[in-house]
Design a protein. Structure first.
Length: 135
């Protein structure tokens, strides 16, 4: 009511309130790990890291993110905090949902959840796993 007294554009039902919708942000982590690392442990570490930064109660998920979360920042975060990706054999790539086909609307609250983070991580070839041997 205070706003309608200050600006007549808001009077007489000229405004439409659209309720906020929760929207999980789908992310796929693809990579190869050195044979010395446990794949399941690394997946758990990545999930904990991403949910700690982009989960429902986190600062990065507390405002409208029209273009999705910053992938360069996510890459840097994983490379810095996940020891398994700090060696010379391990590598990763991050893919996210197609925001051209399904754009984020202004009333959507974007966040990551346990179900929205998926993995395709494989073990890199190690010593003794080559396809040929010398007689």
């Amino acid at each position: 009511q205070v706003i309608t007294r200050a600006d007549s554009l808001y009077a007489d039902g000229n405004t439409v309130l659209i309720p906020i919708e929760e929207r999980e942000f789908d992310i796929l982590i693809t990579g190869t790990l050195s044979p010395v690392h446990d794949i399941e442990a690394v997946k758990a570490q990545i999930k904990t890291l991403l949910l700690g930064n982009y989960g429902k109660e986190q600062m990065a998920a507390s405002y409208h993110v029209a273009n999705g979360f910053n992938l360069k920042e996510i890459n840097r975060l994983i490379a810095r905090d996940i020891v398994a990706f700090q060696d010379r054999q391990s590598d990763l790539r991050i893919d996210v949902e197609d925001l051209e086909l399904n754009p984020i609307k202004p009333n959507q609250w974007l966040y990551m959840s346990d179900d929205s983070i998926t993995f395709d991580i494989k073990r890199a070839k190690g010593v003794g796993e080559s396809l040929w041997t010398i007689p």
